[in-house]
Design a binder for this molecule. Structure first.
Ligand code: PMP
Length: 405
């Protein structure tokens, strides 16, 4: 009996996937050619499974500044900021993010995952209360596990359910923290933020919004859902990541709450890990500048998202509830989803396969993400390919019966 025996069920499920001839967890890119093209199994492949929303991973300025940072400051910091000190770049990046959001404070973390872990586990303790949307990202759930606050889950995107649960608590002492996401990472739907703000106000709670997928995507200036909905003043903490629109790695939290800075000495995922290396800080700073200076990228991203979403819907696919750069195509049977994913990869299109149990409502679907760097031709190719393969697999009716709307 091995210590790994407990993974037998998981192993079986994985073996089953591999028997179908697909291993979505072992995709290997032989090469990455551009923001939206790679080589897989020797075949040039269109990338629709990244979070490269603004198409900045190959940005010339970001690359040049990153290389220069390595030349001047080396490849790594080799330690945490509280033990080994901050580099000028860490503070510069924190100031740039605080300035972008119009907040007074910012803490930068080594990943977006750690930003959620570090904030959620620290802001609320055993005498407080944490309210999480049921479809929260793993990093939000894991933050709740690392901390000690009792957790209340409310129905996804349902402010009434949240209000009901807050009402039930009566006047129990302790702080209340509500966590929601701007754009949800799997289905691409947005939170009804204005209603959540009403609830937060009524019950005197704090509100944190994870704008990981909405930063650079939503709002006139790209600050995310809170900007688009005009409720930024009511959001106490904005969490975000550098790994999507900003095309690097790392995470942050901004806030104007007085006393925020003490969290640097209380948040374990901030304190006990190495800080971001100079190359990452520089490329992130550069990408943030571009995000601010080039709103046309956001406009193009919105147009691309609409082209892809409406194209798939017109073809007869059951797409996610809202048009956003994350476009989910629902596939009822997981085996068909696996075949669909495999056929698309063979034909030169890569997207993400989402299988239960790690999905909302335990559904199977194909998750794609659109980039500002996609051309109209690439999007049309992707829609046509998905339509052809969808028909092949019986997911769509034959051509003559398609109802376009
Ligand atoms: N929050 C959300 C909503 C996410 O989707 C993700 C990652 N996909 C994260 C946080 C973690 O970000 P990172 O991958 O940059 O650590």
């Amino acid at each position: 009996m091995s210590i790994l025996e407990k993974f037998a069920a998981l192993n079986n499920r994985y073996d089953h996937l591999k028997q179908v001839g697909a291993d979505p967890f072992a995709v290997k890119f032989d090469d990455i050619i551009s923001c939206v093209e790679g080589v897989v199994n020797g075949k040039k492949t269109l990338l629709f499974g990244t979070n490269n929303y603004l198409g900045l991973t190959f940005d010339d300025e970001a690359k040049a500044e990153s290389i220069e940072a390595i030349r001047r400051h080396g490849t790594g910091t080799t330690g945490s900021r509280i033990a080994n000190g901050s580099y000028k770049g860490h503070q510069e990046l924190e100031r740039a993010l605080a300035d972008f959001y119009g907040h007074t404070h910012c803490m930068v973390f080594s990943t977006g995952y750690q930003a959620n872990l570090g904030m959620i586990s620290t802001l609320v303790g055993k005498d407080d209360h944490l309210f999480l949307d049921a479809d929260s990202h793993a990093s939000i759930y894991d933050g709740s596990r690392l901390g000690h606050a009792p957790v209340v889950r409310f129905r996804h995107n349902n402010p009434d359910d949240l209000a009901k649960r807050l009402r039930r608590m009566g006047d129990q002492p302790g702080d209340k923290l509500i966590v929601v996401e701007g754009i949800y990472s799997m289905l691409g739907d947005t939170a009804p933020l204005k209603e959540f703000v009403d609830v937060k106000r009524e019950y005197g709670a704090y509100l944190m919004v994870d704008e990981a997928h909405s930063m650079g995507v939503l709002g006139e200036h790209g600050r995310g859902l809170a900007e688009r909905e005009g409720v930024e003043d009511d959001v106490d903490f904005v969490v975000g990541t550098f790994s999507k629109s900003l095309a690097s790695v790392g995470g942050f939290c901004v806030s104007s709450l007085e006393g925020f800075e003490i969290l640097r000495l209380a948040s374990r995922p901030y304190m006990f890990t190495a800080s971001l290396p100079p190359a990452i800080i520089s490329s992130t700073l550069s990408a943030l500048r571009t995000l601010r200076a080039e709103p046309q990228r956001r406009t193009k991203l919105t147009a691309n998202s609409r082209r892809f979403y409406t194209g798939l819907r017109a073809a007869g696919f059951h797409v996610g509830p809202e048009c956003s750069p994350i476009v989910a195509v629902m596939v009822e049977q997981p085996e068909v989803a696996v075949m669909f994913w495999k056929r698309l990869l063979e034909e030169g299109m890569y997207l993400n396969l989402a299988l239960p149990p790690a999905t909302p409502n335990s559904s199977a679907f194909m998750r794609s993400s659109v980039s500002a760097a996609h051309t109209d031709e690439q999007i049309d190719f992707a829609v046509a390919l998905m339509t052809r393969v969808g028909r092949e697999l019986g997911l769509l009716p034959e051509e003559n019966n398609v109802c376009a709307f």
